[in-house]
Structures are given as structure tokens and as C-alpha cells.
Design a binder for this molecule. Structure first.
Ligand code: HBI
Ligand code: FE
Length: 320
């Protein structure tokens, strides 16, 4: 799970009105927090110069990428492919039992195989077709405001590098396995997308403390959310869907399950001390989307709500 970069919630001291991004181009994808190419001492790749060079090369693809251009394809190394294969193999066995129905419906659209690391560009095209969402490459952990603002433009910022091969079951930061197995399949479901979109729209006019609240909402839904199906709890959060241990932990019922309420004070996020102690439960994505639209309307002027939320699938015709 993420190590840092999400604690930048200083009190809002600015006096001039904040500029609200009018297009995805205005959402910064360059301000990377936490690990850039300088990995921290406790990162599994800290002493591996070849790994750091590789990370730098991949980060440069993201820095050079312009909205509307195809995402450059990466030739993954045998080491990287091995990691992907191992992770996919392990997780696949858990999905039938632990993943929500929407995830199971969407996963086959992507045709994942242990023999090839999927390319962001191909997945982005599938998402555009299914829900109108798209992927934009990013070098690492983005500032929360920029990351959340991207969601308002139906854009998911995704890393493209692989976790370190010494620890296939662990990464302290998002990597391509987490993004592609945890996040991307859910973004092919339109009810889920509506819910995430509302979080993004709410972030456009949010002050810094509201951004912090939305970061927690994002954490307890998109990263670690569960949805009730009959009398069972099924995972839709990417942090569960991309972690063998987290999925087992959630399914064996040693944690607490509480109803999701975006208006309530959200508990402190824990990402250092093992698995989640509590999960928040949605009745459905339609229900979650409704709750989040109501929250959004409290902090977002009606004209901005209308402009962003009533819009049909974005028009990509000028980008091809
Ligand atoms: N950046 N690249 C990337 N991926 C994330 O999942 C992510 C992020 N920045 C912030 C973030 N997640 C969350 O802490 C929330 O602010 C949304
Ligand atoms: Fe994530």
C-alpha cells in the first residue's frame, strides 16, 4: 500500500480563488510525491541501480506524454513479465469467491494472460469503448488534488512500472499490477464510474481540508471498498483486488464492516500496519453514486455539478 504522499493536508491558507481546471491538460501530472526515482531506504529496489534506471526511463514516458496522444508501448523485461505472471496467477484463484459481480463481469473484457504484461494504451481503448473513461500515464504518486481532479475528467492516472522482482507480493506504492488488476477492470462498469466521477467533481472546488476528506472517501471506497451481495461481502476496492493477503483478510471476517457514509468523519487511513481493520460497505454502486452526488452538491456550485455530471460520454474525436 501507499507509503506517503497523502498527508499534505495543511490548513487552507490561500486567499485568491483557486483556478478550477477546465480541461485535463490543466490537471498537472508532473507533481510526484513520495518515491520519484529516488527510492526510500526501505523500498525493495533501494540498492538496485538497474531497477532505478528502468524506473527513470518509464517515468520519462509519463512526463513526455501529452493528452490525446497514444500511450507509448513498453517492452517489459523477462523479470518484469515474471512478476506480472506470478501476481496474476495468485490473484485469479481468489476472484471467483471474493470479487464483486461487476468485477467478474468486466475482467474478461481485458483478456489478461500470464504471458504478456498488458499495455496501458490497449486498456485505455477498451475503457473508452465501455464507459468513456481513459488512462493517462503518470510517473508515480500524484498530489491528491491532481489525482482526484483527473477523475472529474473521467481519467485515471496510472503508473506503468513494475514492482521490484525481489518481492512480487509487496509494493509500497502503486505499480502496474495494482493499477491493471485492481483499478482498470472496475472502470469498465458504468455504475462504478458514476460513483468515482462524483468524487472527482467534488474535488474541483474543494478546499484543502475537503481534499483530505475526499482522499479518505477515495481510500475507503475505490481502494478498500466492499459491496454487499446477499449476506456476503465482496471486494471492489483495488487494494483488496490486487492483494492476496488483503483479500484473505477481508473474506475471513476478522475485520469490522460498517455502512459507508460520505458525510461522516472518516477514520484515519492506515497503510503501514498490515491489513485494514475495518471496511466500509456499499449497498450497490448506484447507491454509492447517489450518496456521493449528494456530498458533492454540498461543496460544488450547481453550474459545475451540471457541467460535469450531466455530460454524456466525452467526445474524443479531436484526439485521434
Ligand atoms: N497517485 N498515481 C497515483 N495513484 C493513486 O492511486 C493515487 C495517487 N495520488 C493520490 C492518491 N492516489 C490518493 O491518496 C487520493 O488522494 C486519491
Ligand atoms: Fe490504487
Amino acid at each position: 500500500n501507499f507509503k506517503d504522499g497523502t498527508k499534505a493536508a495543511a490548513p487552507d491558507t490561500q486567499t485568491v480563488p483557486r483556478h478550477i481546471p477546465q480541461s485535463l491538460e490543466e490537471v498537472d501530472n508532473g507533481q510526484i510525491l513520495g518515491f520519484g526515482a529516488d527510492l526510500a531506504e526501505d523500498h525493495p529496489g533501494y540498492l538496485d541501480q538497474a531497477y532505478k534506471d528502468r524506473r527513470m526511463a518509464i517515468a520519462n514516458i509519463a512526463r513526455r506524454h501529452r493528452v490525446g496522444d497514444p500511450i507509448p508501448r513498453l517492452e517489459y523485461t523477462p523479470d518484469e513479465l515474471q512478476v506480472w505472471g506470478t501476481v496474476l496467477h495468485e490473484l485469479r484463484n481468489l476472484y471467483d469467491d471474493g470479487a464483486c459481480a461487476e468485477f467478474l463481469r468486466c475482467l474478461p473484457l481485458f483478456d489478461f494472460s500470464e504471458d504478456v504484461v498488458p499495455q496501458l494504451e490497449d486498456l485505455s481503448q477498451i475503457l473508452r469503448r465501455e464507459t468513456g473513461w481513459q488512462i493517462r500515464p503518470v510517473a508515480g504518486l500524484l498530489h491528491p488534488r491532481d489525482f482526484l481532479n483527473g477523475l472529474a475528467f473521467q481519467t485515471f492516472h496510472s503508473t506503468q512500472y513494475m514492482r521490484h522482482p525481489s518481492k512480487p507480493n509487496y509494493t509500497p506504492e502503486p505499480d502496474v499490477c495494482h493499477e491493471l488488476l485492481g483499478h482498470v477492470p472496475m472502470l469498465a462498469d458504468s455504475a462504478f464510474c458514476d460513483m468515482v466521477h462524483s468524487i472527482g467533481v467534488a474535488s474541483l472546488c474543494a478546499d484543502d481540508s475537503q481534499i483530505w476528506h475526499l482522499t479518505k472517501i477515495y481510500w475507503y471506497t475505490v481502494e478498500f471498498g466492499v459491496v454487499q451481495e446477499g449476506d456476503e461481502m465482496k471486494a471492489f476496492g483495488a487494494g483488496i483486488l490486487s492483494s492476496y493477503g488483503e483479500m484473505k483478510h477481508m473474506r475471513t471476517g476478522n475485520a469490522e464492516f460498517l455502512p459507508f457514509d460520505p458525510n461522516a468523519k472518516q477514520p484515519k487511513m492506515s497503510y503501514k500496519d498490515g491489513y485494514q481493520k475495518r471496511y466500509f460497505v456499499l449497498k450497490s454502486f448506484e447507491d454509492g453514486a447517489q450518496q456521493l452526488r449528494e456530498y458533492c452538491s454540498k461543496i460544488t456550485p450547481p453550474d459545475i455539478m451540471a457541467r460535469f455530471l450531466n455530460k454524456a460520454t466525452p467526445d474524443y474525436s479531436d484526439q485521434s
